[in-house]
Design a protein around this ligand. Structure first.
Ligand SMILES: [Ca+2]
Ligand SMILES: [Ca+2]
Length: 295
């Protein structure tokens, strides 16, 4: 006879004074916990309300949660307590999902809400982690803290459809969203740098500084995006071409660092709300019958 106790479960990594690879996956009705490739603990998935994985402070913990095929995250979520080690990582494996909403708070906790149909799965982890997500989300939103945040967005330049959002040395790596990527600065004087995106990046990109005096710096051209919406008190564009299928909207004071071409092909137009400044030439390449708004 097997007794299954409903409730939360905590798996504690062995205190072995060494870096460990911790893997969690579901095999049939059982969740297995592996350390360096060996199953060291199991828990029946039924009745599990919250799953906590605790790493070893002072040593690097690499947690891999594979829920391709089966979403093993219980209704109360997955919590990773990694300690405070610089190279702790979390890898989340999942084939596709509708949306991932990532929220950072000033207390150093991150939260991912992974939305797939009517199911929302929550993962909580410390802010100092490196996060790799193998799940392709149609839509991703990063909601930064109410304090000052300095982040940068960069694509994979080796030809893979991945994007990284850096918070200082830390980063969050994820497959390019198929529909939309949103960064919300919220409170504080936020600064968002946009570097070279991955060449297949074709989703909408929206960056909103939120309250306080925010800035967005785009260091190179952006082409092939579905649409582009940048909102901040100051927007600096250093690329030579901004080309989207749909609309482009720049809300804030825009400064150019070089001659620049704006091109749209969709049904929406090109919109500037704010001053447009820079001792350079601007070419507007928008189709006939489209709207140009300069406000
Ligand atoms: Ca902020
Ligand atoms: Ca802000």
């Amino acid at each position: 006879m097997v007794f299954v106790v409903d409730g939360p479960f905590t798996f504690v990594s062995p205190t072995n004074n060494q870096a460990d690879d911790i893997a969690v996956w579901q095999s049939g009705a059982v969740i297995q916990f592996l350390v360096n490739g060996t199953v060291v603990s199991t828990r029946t998935a039924a009745g599990l309300t919250r799953l906590t994985v605790t790493g070893e402070s002072g040593f690097v913990d690499q947690l891999s949660v594979n829920f391709s095929g089966v979403n093993l995250i219980p209704s109360g979520g997955l919590v990773f307590n990694a300690g405070t080690d610089l190279n702790d990582t979390v890898s989340l494996g999942f084939s596709t999902t509708d949306a991932v909403n990532h929220t950072s708070n000033a207390a150093g906790q991150n939260r991912d809400d992974i939305i797939n149909g009517t199911v929302t799965s929550t993962v909580l982890y410390p802010s100092q982690l490196q996060i790799y997500e193998a799940m392709t989300a149609a839509s991703r939103t990063f909601t930064l803290t109410e304090q000052r945040d300095q982040v940068s967005l960069e694509g994979d330049t080796a030809g893979f459809a991945y994007t990284r959002l850096y918070y200082g040395q830390r980063y969050f790596e994820f497959p390019d969203p198929t529909n939309r990527l949103v960064i919300q600065g919220r409170g504080g004087k936020d600064s968002v740098d946009v570097g070279i995106l991955s060449q297949p990046f074709a989703a909408e990109l929206a960056i909103e500084g939120g309250t306080k005096t925010d800035s967005i710096q785009v260091s190179s051209s952006l082409t092939g995006l579905a649409s582009l919406a940048l909102t901040a008190e100051s927007i600096s564009l250093a690329g030579t071409t901004y080309a989207t299928v749909g609309s482009q909207a720049y809300t804030g004071n825009v400064a150019f660092q070089s001659n620049v071409v704006f091109a749209t092909t969709g049904t929406a137009g090109l919109t500037f709300f704010g001053t447009v400044n820079g001792a350079h030439d601007i070419v507007l390449n928008i189709p006939a019958h489209q709207n140009l708004w300069v406000d």
